[in-house]
Ligand binder design. Structure first.
Ligand code: C5P
Length: 280
């Protein structure tokens, strides 16, 4: 995080040097933790393999892709927040797949413990309002994919000091609704991205709820995924999804087999490339 280190890293990246890591976690020095761990040997191997692979087709070359990922943190007071359970893995995998397909990728991410995908512009944010602001600042784009698990509510008035237990019981928390980033961008008159994709994480009536969401949010496609506790999707590495695409008044539903989050990302980007990309 040191400014000089960041400048040097940026200079190396500008020169086309690939970076592997550093990762977040515990350091060799006892008690120190943060960004600075050596990447795991398997990760270094995988990165070298990727770099040495023959050039892949770049069907999204010249396209700008905006992705949101992770949870948002809505402060209650200086030490507490409201958040959703989200690892950010699916959104990060989509960003990496879009980058590999040649797109210019901006990833607006809530707080997560993930390495930044190489070659992707990552904009870290905390709250839903910050996320909306950064998303709007990143426009215009050709494709916007909203994979973040945005907190629906925030407290009306954030405590300036840590809230205390009182004899009267819990401090009252008044909640107000957060902006819906996907709906806001989908309904924009000016500069609406030509392809807007949302996610519908549901624990029941998956397709039915996803259809309703597609109409209500005003997006073009919805990736519906089952996040019931039995699915193990939250925080896990696999995902079972259905892609709902709007064609005029009709909605097509394409159900995919259970896949890793990377495979879901590659499949989604392949669909995007077929819809808007250049022939490879
Ligand atoms: O309504 P729900 O949260 O289930 O909708 C999920 C979709 O809407 C996701 O694509 C999510 O990223 C997006 N969303 C958003 N802003 C919100 C809430 C959800 O962009 N405040």
């Amino acid at each position: 995080n040191n400014a000089a280190t960041r400048r040097n890293v940026a200079a190396l990246q500008r020169d086309g040097i690939a970076m592997i890591g550093p990762n977040a976690g515990e350091m060799a020095e006892a008690g120190e933790a943060g960004i600075g761990r050596m990447a795991e040997p398997l990760e270094i191997g995988a990165a070298a393999e990727r770099l040495l692979r023959p050039p892949q087709p770049r069907p999204l070359a010249g396209k700008r892709v905006l992705i949101t990922a992770g949870p948002t943190h809505e402060p209650i007071d200086p030490v507490r927040y409201i958040a959703n359970r989200s690892s950010g893995k699916q959104g990060f995998a989509i960003a990496a797949a879009a980058q590999a397909a040649g797109a210019d990728v901006t990833l607006v991410s809530g707080p997560v413990e993930l390495d930044h995908p190489p070659g992707v512009r990552v904009i870290p944010v905390e709250s839903a309002r910050d996320m909306l602001q950064q998303v709007e600042a990143a426009l215009p784009v050709d494709i916007a994919i909203f994979a973040a698990a945005v907190a629906d509510w925030r407290v009306a008035r954030e405590g300036e000091q840590k809230l205390k237990k009182t004899a009267a019981g819990m401090p009252p928390l008044q909640l107000v609704e957060n902006p819906d980033i996907l709906a806001t961008i989908s309904h924009r008159k000016d500069g609406r991205p030509p392809l807007v994709i949302g996610f519908a994480a549901e624990t029941e009536h998956l397709i039915e709820n996803a259809r309703t969401k597609l109409a209500r949010k005003g997006c073009d496609w919805i990736v519906a995924n089952d996040v019931s506790p039995a699915s193990g999707v939250m925080g896990g590495d696999r995902n079972t999804v259905h892609l709902l695409t709007r064609r005029g008044d009709n909605i097509d539903v394409d159900s995919w087999p259970v896949m890793t989050k990377e495979e879901v990302a590659n499949e989604l980007i392949a669909h995007v490339a077929r819809a808007v990309g250049q022939p490879s």
